[in-house]
Write a protein that binds this ligand. Structure first.
Ligand SMILES: Cc1cc2nc3c(=O)[nH]c(=O)nc-3n(C[C@H](O)[C@H](O)[C@H](O)COP(=O)(O)O)c2cc1C
Length: 180
C-alpha cells in the first residue's frame, strides 16, 4: 500500500509540516507496511500547466518534464492521498495549486483505482470563516474528476509556526479524519 502526502506550505517546520508528520505516523499505525512519501511542494520544480492538452490526446501523460509530472504519476498510483496546506489568501496556496493543475493530465480518464483522499487546511482565522469550507468544496468537485475517493477535510486554526506542535488534541482530530 502506498500513501502520498503533499505539503503545500513553504514554511519549514511549520504547522503543515507537523500535520504531515502526524498523518505519516497515523497511516503507519493504521495500515501495516504502508509506504508513505511526503513532498514539500516548495522544494520541487513544478511548472504551471501550459494548457497544451497533449495529455488529453496521449492517454494522460503530461509532456512537461519536471517534478510535477512525477508527482502526478505517483498520485495516480497511490492508495491514500493527503493534501495538507496553509490557507493562503482564502484558498489553496500556489505551491500546491500548481500541482493540482498539473494533475489535470490524469483527470477524466475512467479508472478502477480510487485513492482515499483527505484534505487538511490550517489558517489563522476563526474556523467559521468560509475559506476552509471553500477548499473543502473545491476538493469535493475536483475529486470525482480525478477519480479520487474524497473522504473529507479537517480545518485547524493556527498562526505561529509552532502552534499546532504545542497543542493537545491535534492527533485525535487527524485520526478522526483518517477514519472518515
Ligand atoms: C501569504 C499568506 C496568506 C495567508 N492567508 C490566510 C488566509 O486567507 N486565511 C487564514 O486564515 N490564514 C491565512 N494565512 C495564515 C496561515 O494560513 C497560517 O499562519 C498557517 O498556520 C501557516 O501554516 P504553516 O505554518 O504550515 O505555513 C496566510 C499566511 C500567509 C503567509
Amino acid at each position: 500500500m502506498k500513501a502520498l502526502i503533499l505539503n503545500g506550505s513553504p514554511r519549514k517546520g511549520g504547522n503543515t509540516t507537523f500535520v504531515c508528520e502526524v498523518i505519516s505516523g497515523l497511516l503507519a499505525e493504521k495500515y501495516e507496511g504502508i509506504e508513505t512519501t511526503v513532498y514539500r511542494m516548495q522544494e520541487l520544480t513544478v511548472a504551471p500547466c501550459n494548457g497544451c492538452d497533449a495529455c488529453k490526446r496521449n492517454g494522460g501523460h503530461c509532456v512537461i518534464q519536471d517534478d510535477g509530472t512525477k508527482v502526478a504519476e505517483e498520485a495516480a498510483q497511490a492508495d491514500v492521498l493527503v493534501f495538507a496546506m496553509p490557507v493562503y489568501q482564502s484558498g489553496v496556496p500556489a505551491q500546491l495549486k500548481v500541482e493540482m493543475d498539473r494533475m489535470y493530465s490524469k483527470g477524466g480518464i475512467p479508472a478502477d483505482h480510487k485513492p482515499l483522499t483527505y484534505v487538511v487546511t490550517i489558517g489563522a482565522d476563526p474556523l467559521e470563516i468560509e475559506h476552509y469550507s471553500l477548499i473543502d468544496r473545491e476538493f469535493s468537485i475536483l475529486c470525482p474528476y480525478e477519480n479520487w475517493d474524497y473522504r473529507g477535510y479537517c480545518a485547524l486554526r493556527a498562526l505561529e509556526k509552532d502552534e499546532l506542535r504545542n497543542r493537545e488534541g491535534v492527533k485525535e482530530q487527524l485520526e478522526n479524519l483518517l477514519n472518515k
